[in-house]
Design a protein around this ligand. Structure first.
Ligand code: HEC
Length: 119
């Protein structure tokens, strides 16, 4: 009985460890996305939030891009924002390294099969 208990708690610890190491929070881009972008774009990047209502381009997973899908264009948009919408500029609010990381995460969400939103 005691052995069973010990094995059970050991596997819980192991499972928790495995979960923590692959949880999105270990990735700075994912953490920034959750804190700075997900309120509008959703955790999965599909933009189904009340802040992005009526703004189809807030869906980053549909392969339709208003500002360009290449990394340089996406990075420029995230840094400068889009004054014609609620997409805010992040230059000055995030470091260049943080912008790089969150852009990488946004592109990951936008690319099916790369661990992003789409199966
Ligand atoms: C206050 C809401 C809001 C926040 C916060 C926000 N966005 Fe946006 N974002 C939008 C909206 C709305 C659009 C669509 C713009 C349009 O329709 O012209 C957009 C557009 C974009 C686009 C361009 C899509 C295209 O079609 O070209 C990218 C990339 C993007 N956001 C990334 C981000 C990232 C990365 C963050 C976090 C660092 C972020 N956004 C935070 C509202 C937001």
């Amino acid at each position: 009985m005691r052995n069973t208990l010990r094995i059970t708690s050991l596997s819980i610890v192991l499972a928790a460890g495995a979960f923590a190491s692959c949880a999105p929070e270990s990735d700075p881009g994912a953490r920034l996305w959750r804190k700075k972008c997900a309120a509008c774009h959703g955790a999965d990047g599909t933009g189904r939030t009340r802040f992005a209502e009526g703004r189809p381009f807030a869906d980053l997973t549909d392969d339709r891009w208003k500002h360009g899908s290449d990394r340089a264009s996406v990075r420029r948009l995230v840094a400068d924002g889009d004054p014609a919408s609620t997409m805010p500029p992040f230059a000055g609010r995030l470091t260049p390294e943080e912008i790089d990381a969150v852009v990488d995460h946004a592109l990951k969400l936008a690319t099916p099969g790369s661990g992003g939103a789409k199966p």
